[in-house]
Design a protein around this ligand. Sequence first.
Ligand SMILES: Cc1ncc(COP(=O)(O)O)c(C=O)c1O
Length: 389
Amino acid sequence: MKVYLDNAATTPLDKEVLDAMLPFLTDHFGNPSSTHSFGRKTKTAIETSRRIISSTLNCRPQEICFTSGGTEADNLAIRGSVNDLGCNRIITSKLEHNAVINTAEEFESAGKVELNYVNLTPKGHVDLQHLDELLAMGGKCLVSLMHGNNEIANLLPLKEVGELCKKYDAIFHSDTVQTMGHYEFDLQDLHIHFITGAAHKFHGPKGIGFLYINRQVQVKALITGGGQERKQRGGTENLYGIVGIGKAMQLAYDHLEEHQSHIGGLKQYMIQQLNEHLPGCDINGDSGSKNSLYTVLNITLPENPNSAMMLFLLDLEGVACSGGSACSSGAAKGSHVLTAIDAIHPNRTSLRFSFGKFTTKEEIDFAVAKLQNLCEVKEVKPERATQAY
Ligand SMILES: Cc1ncc(COP(=O)(O)O)c(C=O)c1O
């Protein structure tokens, strides 16, 4: 048996999404910029996909700019805020994805912005009082705070943060890569300038995503060339990817409640099973509360003889997850997110399990049994492990 519990890294492509894409890899191949019927056919497909996304998020089609994924969308928002919207301060957190942190740090190193990290509460939530204080310090601020954390699952109150940004006339970008396709968004009800999506996190193809750009702001293209994407991204469009993301969005939101209850139920079931079968296992972040992404569960295992090799051994046993805070020497190393919330323990391993609509209860049972076994048995020294290192 092989169990895939790494849906926050990527999700399997839905067969219905593939079926929607296939004709655009074969029959409908026209360049969307061509004015003949071949081009008009594919241009229409792109605009249909854009409309599916905009109507789902309650914004205008022209506010959706297709990108190569979440990383590019984050870059477009942050670089545009500094280069085109005059932001000279960036307020972010130590929990952000590297697409945000590295981009913000690059601007800081170049002396273009002052960079501030907002304080975190003991459970790893953004301290809104401190955010208010940072905003009150002045300057033209970009606030970049993710909606759902990809490692520890904490959720940001988008509405409240948006209101704070409005109070100080700040630009607000939220990396919504982990929540897009999993939560409802009403962009008319939020004060926000940029949000992001990546199809492969909700059963769409890899290499396609989008940035919502509020029509009140205008940023210049990162990739210059032709006038595609209303001059916001040059280059012939990733046609089949765009068709795929539209279909994946449609499916995700048509079945949202069903998925929320199925996946959220599995997460709670795994917590319960871990409590029962693996005493001494800690949960990182705020997974017991409602302010937690229902697809992700991050744990730190009790100290055990297989800590250093745990991820590798689980893989050998057929369980795919991600994580790892203890390196082979036993020294604390790894996740910047766990470091930021002080959840790195020497000689203990942290793992992220993330669930999707295809995950089953039997798979959770299988993974918990393997975890229990590896934590209890003597040190396992698989021959292949020595070869691998
Ligand atoms: C929160 C978050 N932001 C951004 C990204 C990057 O998205 P992509 O892989 O589509 O570039 C990821 C993917 O791991 C993510 O989890």
